[in-house]
Design a protein. Structure first.
Length: 69
């Protein structure tokens, strides 16, 4: 093994993390009726706010508009 020759590693479908709390939206979505209520009350500004909470650097505004439509 030559760890100095490897700059980075990316794992895809790496399995399930034990005791992982999940993100805010996922936790709300898992609660009984809360997911349906969240979907019903989500507006474009609220969606963008939730996306910013999990992505401090921000996301491409055009991409976010495509997600909400």
């Amino acid at each position: 093994m030559n760890p100095d020759r490897c700059a980075s590693v990316t794992l895809l479908d790496g399995g399930i993390l034990e005791n992982y709390p999940g993100n805010l939206v996922a936790n709300i979505w898992r609660k009984k009726y809360a997911g349906e209520i969240l979907q019903f009350i989500t507006t474009r500004p609220m969606f963008k706010l939730f996306m910013r909470l999990g992505n401090p650097r921000g996301l491409n505004p055009q991409w976010m508009d495509e997600l909400i439509t």
